[in-house]
Write a protein that binds this ligand. Structure first.
Ligand code: FAD
Ligand code: SF4
Length: 498
């Protein structure tokens, strides 16, 4: 590890803690994560479960950074955040400079700090993780930006010059918003269209408040509107508003529509009442929390109160469903997953939180049949075991002969993941080519689709992924759109001069 500080050990032997340099204090300073609210307190509301660091804790934890010559945390952050630099500045109490560096590569650092699966990204690759525990990078990133908001360091978007060209963005999720911000900073006229009535995509209607409070998303929405970005909400492109109309209206169009077709479960009884898709359930809960009238929640169809709930799936969506059901006062909450704990696709931090909140996990089990007359009353599950690994190293699963059990339930939530909708059909654009998974095909460097001046970014290109990747793609797509529009402007000036 290279450091600009004094060496940690002198020839005379180990130094006393007070004489140590500001950084590399992982040797004497144990890892401390932000305080978590007590289970009985946090399970009674939808507020975030982690409290933020105070200034002292943030500086102390930042000072644990090893200032590595090759910072693996930065390499494994999709945005390439300059983590060692903003950790050093944080340790020195120079938070405004830390904020400038953090905001230079990340449009929404306070959001990533809260919901990135850091154990698989930056923190999971922190060098001191081997032997000492990793630096708590996400919590410090959150602290830096929260301080910046409190101190008024988050400057409004005020382009140096206005440009005549306009860009239409379909989708107000993190990919669309990151692109909108980058293009507006450059002076483009940006309109974001979304079929929902609020800005944020899955940040507002998918991810529950106990991971990301809605006020954090709404604060950014207000900042984007103040910066001159226009939003047309409740605008279903391909439905009431034809896609072709947008192409005619704007110099470039970015498709950032995410993936929303839920994967389904078949089998006997799968059409019974009381078996619902995860996102319908989460949207109802989030809308209720935002103060909307939600008839499906009031009727009990999308409300777990008093019910024996079974959530099928093992990803982040499944964890959000089980923990939402706990907060809605379900009688019991069980998660059914066909692999084991070690092979869950969701963040282990979230699995642990769910376990702490009283969720029962039934590993190595998959639904076989749903029982009931019109309404589901029980689920029969098949026991599974892990088999041989395939070429990717992922173990196959196979049923155990004669191994099944029954769970009583009156609400089954299907959280098996999402596929893309058929956009060429929905948009009436057969020329919009897709991959074999149905995601949009793009040129990976220019983000351009098969249609000229139409770009795509985020989950609709990657498949269901992460917020941090959506932000990265949105920023990169914006840079590519800028390059193309500039080139077009130069070429039309040259033509006019001839
Ligand atoms: C329940 C859940 C929990 C998650 N938790 C995490 C987490 O903890 N951490 C993490 O990093 N990631 C998480 N993710 C993944 C993350 O939310 C997504 O990867 C990310 O939001 C993708 O961003 P996006 O902008 O591509 O799409 P989205 O956020 O899905 O936004 C797309 C937007 O496009 C709009 N739209 C779609 N079609 C149309 C149309 N035809 N016309 C107009 N508007 C349209 C939608 O209404 C939506 O607002 C979670 C996902 C889910 C479902
Ligand atoms: S954006 Fe995510 S991966 Fe990158 S430093 Fe922040 S928390 Fe880590």
């Amino acid at each position: 590890m290279a450091s600009s500080n004094e060496p940690v050990n002198s020839a005379a032997g180990a130094q006393a803690p007070s004489a140590l340099p500001k950084m590399q204090r992982f040797i004497v300073q144990p890892q401390q994560t932000p305080a978590k609210r007590a289970v009985n307190e946090r399970a009674a509301d939808f507020d975030e479960i982690y409290r933020g660091f105070d200034a002292k804790a943030a500086a102390t934890q930042a000072s644990r950074c090893g200032q590595c010559g090759i910072p693996f945390c930065q390499i494994h952050c999709p945005l390439g955040n300059n983590i060692p630099d903003w950790l050093k500045l944080s340790a020195e109490g120079r938070l405004e400079e830390a904020y400038e560096i953090s905001a230079a590569t990340n449009t929404f650092p306070e959001i990533c700090g809260r919901i990135c699966p850091q154990d698989r990204l930056c923190e999971g690759n922190c060098v001191i993780e081997k032997g000492f525990e990793s630096v708590t990078i996400g919590a410090i990133e959150r602290h830096i930006t929260e301080t910046a908001f409190a101190e008024g360091w988050v400057r409004p978007i005020r382009p140096k010059r206005e440009r005549a060209e306009s860009v239409g963005i379909i989708g107000a999720g993190p990919a669309g918003l990151a692109a909108a911000e980058a293009l507006r900073q450059l002076g483009y006229q940006v309109t974001v269209y979304d079929r929902h009535d609020r800005v944020g995509g899955l940040l507002i209607y998918g991810i529950p408040g106990f991971k990301l409070e809605k006020s954090v998303v709404e604060r950014r929405t207000a900042w984007l509107i103040d910066g001159g970005i226009k939003f047309q909400l409740s605008a279903d492109i391909g439905g009431a508003t034809p896609f072709a109309e947008l192409r005619a209206r704007h110099h470039a169009v970015l498709i950032a529509t995410g993936v929303y077709k839920p994967r389904d479960i078949g089998g006997p009884g799968s059409g019974l009442a009381g078996i619902v898709p995860a996102l319908d359930y989460l949207i109802a809960s989030n809308r209720k929390g935002l103060g909307d009238d939600v008839p499906e929640f009031e009727s009990g169809a999308l409300n777990a109160a008093g019910k024996h709930v079974v959530v099928v799936g093992g990803g982040d969506t499944a964890m959000d469903c089980v923990r939402t059901a706990v907060r809605q006062n379900a009688a019991s909450v069980t998660c059914l997953y066909r692999r084991d704990r070690a092979n869950m696709p969701g963040s282990l931090r979230e699995v642990t939180n769910a376990e702490d909140e009283g969720v029962e996990f039934r590993w190595l089990a998959a639904p076989e049949a749903f029982l009931g007359d019109r309404q589901v009353t029980a689920l029969r599950a098949q026991r599974m075991r892990l088999g041989l690994a395939d070429a990717s190293g992922r173990q196959a699963i196979e049923p155990i002969d004669g191994g099944s059990f029954t769970l009583d339930t009156d609400l089954v939530i299907k959280a098996l993941g999402f596929d893309p909708e058929d956009l060429p059909d929905a948009f009436g654009q057969p020329g919009l080519t897709v991959t074999r998974w149905g995601t949009l095909s793009i040129n990976p460097t220019s983000f351009e689709t098969a249609l000229p001046d139409v770009y795509a970014a985020g989950d609709i290109v990657r498949g269901a992924s992460l917020v941090v990747w959506a932000i990265k793609d949105g920023r990169d797509a914006a840079a590519s759109i800028h390059r193309r529009l500039q080139a077009q402007a130069v070429s039309s000036m040259a033509t006019a001069a001839e």
